[in-house]
Ligand binder design. Structure first.
Ligand code: GAL
Length: 416
């Protein structure tokens, strides 16, 4: 009895200590679609399980442009959230403003350096210190297909080349269905564009044109071919595409209204949330001509400097939770991505995730692993924004010649 009461006292003391250190974490993100909301809900659950209060700061808008605008105004006002979804080279830009917190204590205790691919760890650091925690690895160069629609249109298997793709698209159109589900927003146009460039020009060309922003590549015949192909893809989208959200385009594929969507594997989160099974209801395949390449998009949370000690504790717990095995598994199962933490057990993941995981490793060796420009991985935000606008203007203006499109994209890239 004495022992038990001692134990109870000890438990109560620990609980009190935890409660005393319980803080609030305000987390800015743009995960508002069905699959995305489910995924971020898991992080909230884990943080609440640690006794902290989750303050959701969701700013709708796929790709995150709206979220970044809102974040800037909060930081300028001197009132940043504890954590914000900031990615790629953008992390460096924020860190250079001196507003990000140093996460080294957590990173050391949790051994992040040995648990992350070096390319990813480097992006999370500023001047050698961790300032952000990575969540996942999304693959962008996917093509999602509805198996029943392909069957109805008499298309056998998913197209491997752009020629095969256009032959399939013709059949689908003749069958009275929409070949390509597209959401006409600039970042979605850009997402399709980078897959087309990769498929037409190959990994090395993509690297030269869209990572190095090499003017020779940007004004080459291969870029002309890429723009011609890109414009042809548009002819297979429906008239209602402009302004449509990406998840509504995914829904068109889920509901058998459209055959294909070019989108990163957050689209798989929508299929999963709708109870659809890969290989049966839908197919995940690399975009035509891109099977040996992998455009990556690593989501991450940068943490802002906070004054309050309990808020700092909650923030450190958030960073640790993000890199923890529980979160890495359950979040990515819902999100459609794969864990960024190395050596995770993939048993519960589906075939698309397993393929992604295998290709991530293989392309890292072959030179096919490339940062997604459309998702903030390849160039600084200002250059990305300028190129995105030029690409989108070309997509939206059928009267603009391909030659003018090439010129305006190359010019936008030169303003880096
Ligand atoms: C991406 C982000 C993904 C997904 C997508 C659509 O930029 O990395 O996690 O949320 O936008 O919102």
């Amino acid at each position: 009895m004495i022992k038990l009461s001692k134990l109870a006292t000890a438990v109560a003391l620990v609980a009190a200590a935890n409660a005393a250190m319980a803080g609030e974490v305000e987390v800015l993100h743009w995960w508002t679609s069905g699959g995305e909301a489910k995924s971020v809900g898991e992080l909230k659950r884990i943080m609440q399980g640690k006794g902290h209060t989750w303050k959701d700061f969701a700013v709708a808008g796929g790709g995150g442009d709206n979220a970044m605008t809102v974040l800037k105004s909060r930081v300028v006002a001197g009132n940043p959230p504890a954590a914000a979804q900031i990615k790629g080279p953008g992390i460096q830009e924020w860190a250079s403003e001196g507003v990000l917190a140093n996460l080294d204590a957590t990173a050391k205790a949790e051994k992040w350096d040995s648990l992350l691919p070096k390319v990813v760890a480097d992006v999370m650091k500023y001047k050698g210190n961790f300032v952000a925690a990575p969540v996942n690895v999304h693959r962008v160069n996917w093509m999602w297909a509805n198996a029943a629609v392909l069957k109805k249109a008499g298309v056998a298997g998913t197209p491997k080349t752009w020629d095969e793709f256009f032959a399939a698209a013709e059949k689908i159109k003749k069958a009275g269905l929409i070949p390509v589900a597209h959401g006409g927003q600039n970042w979605q146009d850009f997402t399709t564009f980078e897959s087309v460039v990769l498929g037409v020009g190959g990994a090395r060309f993509y690297g030269d044109a869209l990572v190095k922003l090499d003017q020779k590549a940007l004004t080459s015949a291969t870029m002309t071919k890429s723009l011609e192909t890109f414009r042809k893809v548009k002819t297979y989208t429906d008239a209602a595409a402009p302004g449509r959200d990406w998840n509504l385009a995914t829904a068109m594929v889920i509901q058998e209204k459209a055959a294909f969507q070019f989108m990163g594997d957050w689209a798989k989160g929508e299929f999963t949330a709708a109870g659809k099974v890969p290989g049966k209801d839908y197919i995940c395949a690399a975009a035509p001509g891109t099977a040996n390449a992998f455009t990556f998009n690593v989501d991450s949370f940068a943490m802002f400097k906070l004054k309050d000690a309990t808020a700092q504790k909650a923030q450190a717990d958030l960073a640790a939770a993000i890199m923890g095995t529980e979160f890495q598994e359950v979040f990515n199962l819902n999100k459609g991505s794969i864990p960024v933490r190395l050596n995770m057990d993939m048993a519960k993941f589906d075939d698309c995730a397993k393929l992604s995981s295998k290709d991530f490793v293989e392309t890292a060796k072959s030179g096919g692993l490339l940062p997604s420009i459309a998702h903030g991985m390849a160039v600084m935000p200002a250059a990305e924004g300028a190129i995105k606008d030029a690409v989108s203007q070309f997509w939206n203006n059928d009267k603009m010649s391909v030659a003018d499109g090439v010129k305006s994209i190359a010019k936008a890239a030169a303003t880096k």
